[in-house]
Design a binder for this molecule. Structure first.
Ligand SMILES: [Zn+2]
Length: 297
């Protein structure tokens, strides 16, 4: 089992997929590789620290989270080796860099943010750009010479056949849950790990996010109060989906939508591959109907 999460910022992973990764890690143990790719270097996201210091702090925070979750991570790098300060522009460099990092990891499942489902909902531009970029490179994953200008292929090299992953969309807090979800992973039993990993992002949860004042986050005093705050947030988010997911009160789900951007998912395999897997009401039929449409194309 190889799973890759590609997202815009430090901490995005912890808020959408950390519990799913932890449940997978526990199930597959040694037969598991997990990677988190952060498409920006964090330099733009703090109100007091300099951009260079912010980037250093953010990378140290992600490394601390990765040590707890035992996943690999890196900032996305441009073809010239530099990181991206922001991901607002859908540049050829962004596409080429994503293409390369997906090919190198060759995941079975790739998790990324969704595109907006509703023109009236708010967005974070970096999230939408990353989503659009993943969509635009998905077909090219197994095209060896797709970005020859950025990554010139050596002459007479033998192209490798690269597996195209199933691409799943994570929940996006900027858009809310109005778009629904196809399935959820019950992460209640690993809530403590999600809290510990996200607690590593001190410059965000105690400084930046309260300062931005768009996320309803109160600066937590300690890990215990952060765990309570985060559990409350995730439970309320899950409760908003109560009509879509028949789950007991107090349970917490990370939710996902199945796209056809990459390989078309085998729904039976999804049920088997993910521990704590639960379809939303009608979710299985909804995915099968969608897939029937894709197959016609
Ligand atoms: Zn983000």
């Amino acid at each position: 089992m190889r799973i890759q999460c590609i997202h815009a910022h430090f901490d995005d992973f912890e808020f959408v997929a950390a519990g799913t990764f932890e449940r997978l890690r526990r199930r597959y143990a040694g037969n598991f590789r997990a990677e988190v790719v952060v498409c920006t270097d964090g330099r733009a996201g703090h109100h007091r620290m300099s951009p260079a210091e912010t980037s250093r702090v953010r990378q140290a925070e992600q490394a601390a989270s990765a040590a707890i979750g035992q996943y690999a991570w890196h900032c996305l790098r441009r073809p010239d080796g530099q990181t991206f300060g922001e991901a607002r522009v859908l540049s050829t460099e962004l596409l080429a860099s994503l293409w390369k990092c997906i090919r190198e990891f060759e995941p079975d499942y790739l998790i990324c943010p969704p595109l907006p489902y509703d023109p009236l909902c708010g967005i974070h531009p970096d999230h939408v750009t990353v989503a659009e970029a993943v969509r635009r490179v998905a077909y090219l994953i197994n095209v060896p010479h797709a970005f020859l200008e950025e990554y010139p292929a050596p002459l007479e090299s033998t192209p490798c056949w690269i597996k195209t992953p199933v691409i799943l969309h994570a929940f996006d807090g900027y858009q809310g849950s109005g778009g629904g979800a196809d399935f959820g992973i019950n992460v209640t039993e690993v809530m403590d790990v999600i809290a510990e990993e996200s607690w590593c992002h001190q410059s965000q949860i105690r400084e930046w996010l309260p300062w931005v004042a768009r996320h309803g986050i109160e600066p937590p005093a300690d890990l215990a109060s952060w765990t309570r705050q985060l559990s409350g947030r995730m439970s309320r988010e899950t409760a908003r989906l109560a009509n879509a997911f028949p789950i007991a009160t107090g349970q917490v789900l990370e939710t996902f939508t199945v796209s056809g951007w990459g390989s078309v998912a085998d729904v039976g395999r999804l049920e088997i591959d993910f521990p704590g897997f639960q379809w939303s009401l009608g979710g299985r039929d909804q995915v099968l109907r969608r897939q029937a449409g894709w197959a016609e194309a």
